[in-house]
Design a protein around this ligand. Sequence first.
Ligand code: F0G
Length: 466
Amino acid sequence: MTLNSNAFQRCISPECGATFSPENVLVSCPTCGDLLDIDYEWDRLKVPKQLSDFESYWADRYLPHRFSGVWRFHELLPFVAPEDIVTIGEGQTLLQRAERVANYVGVASKNLYLQYEGMNPSGSFKDNGMTAAFTHARATGATQAACASTGNTSASLALYSCMTRKMRAIIFVGSGKIAYGKLSQALDYGALTVQITGDFDDAMIRVREVCRELGIYLVNSVNPFRLEGQKSVMFRVLEALRWEIPDWIVVPGGNLGNSSAFGKAFIELHQLGLIERPPRLAVINAQGANTLHELYNHQGLRWNGGQGNQPLVQTYYSELDARHAKAETIASAIEINRPVNLKKCLRALDFCDGVVRQVSDQEILDAKAQVGAGGYGCEPASAASVAGAKLLREEGVIAPSDRVVCILTGHLLKDPTATVAYHSDDQKKFNEVLGSRGVKRASFANHAIAVSNDLDEIMRAIRLYA
Ligand code: F0G
């Protein structure tokens, strides 16, 4: 199995810029420690002249790599030969126009789109990246793969491991920090599940150490191959818009892998002459896990030509440690204080004239209920995108006539606890799950009605409420 010799790994630091062969298993630059990109000798590769040329490949959907919603854009992530791709049919996701959500956000009713990544095989966008990481892992002969996770990466890793039967999955989760839907997946799919005391940030530090010590393949988004797969979310959005560029892409920010991958997608499409301009990018933090918001909006952290400002970031993390501050949000998927892709996200924000906002758990859950009532539904973290779009509209940053795409990163069923508590009319139950998060009310609650098992009473209730 060979990796493409026209692909290579490159340190993102312009001062270093060291390059490495794709055969190497790396999660940081061995020379300077910065993040790595996958880069290509585009001149030597066959890339379609215009994006609509990809449509001609749809006729070949019987080929696994043309069926996959990731690999049917293979020419834009050509690090491996098509016959060596590991795919389970990921990326069959939809861009849905959502009028009700448009009204909620405050844009024209035809202008709000939801990109529903919950439709992936493991129920989240992670499969877009996992297929790419697995393809690379297999090419390098790995037999064990690990990740730290708030739940979705682990579900995805566990699924790819059991379906492809080629890899032992080892997952690290913070104890009590993972929604039940996601934990159930890892357990059912047979992953070795290590619950460590602490949160995602603690688990991330440990998994890196363990992978280094034991030579295990790491599939977190510090792995540059994963982000190659996640670029395809943007390709599918453009495809659904008949290759038109929307005004805004709004995405939740946790470990900042998605925003980084989206930025890289647009940088490359622009470099290849396939788009004239990128959309604007909005990255939305939860208020209780708002490192990017703090550093970007209050401390002026920027990409700065690739220099970033590591001392500023380090000081911020030292202050968090001194205060024993931990990330806290109902959107457990993005309960992260030390986003590993911070610098790449800054690059994306720089290229896409981006903005960063934070939203409260109250705003997240209200937005989630609106998505549930007028879209496919989503888990709490995903709804941060819709809550963020609403906030940006209220601020006048997004105009009513703007075309806005919100990324719904995970399936509604991932976190039933939060959803059921939100819709509950039992105040005790509501407070147990949501009270400590500062959620005061369920503005769009749909209470279940309790009726005794009596035909007349049931019919009376239906006449009253239906
Ligand atoms: N939405 C969902 C549903 C997620 O699971 C995650 C991340 C994010 C948003 C944030 O995306 O990291 O690319 O900024 N979940 C990771 C996990 C951390 O372990 O499943 P990001």
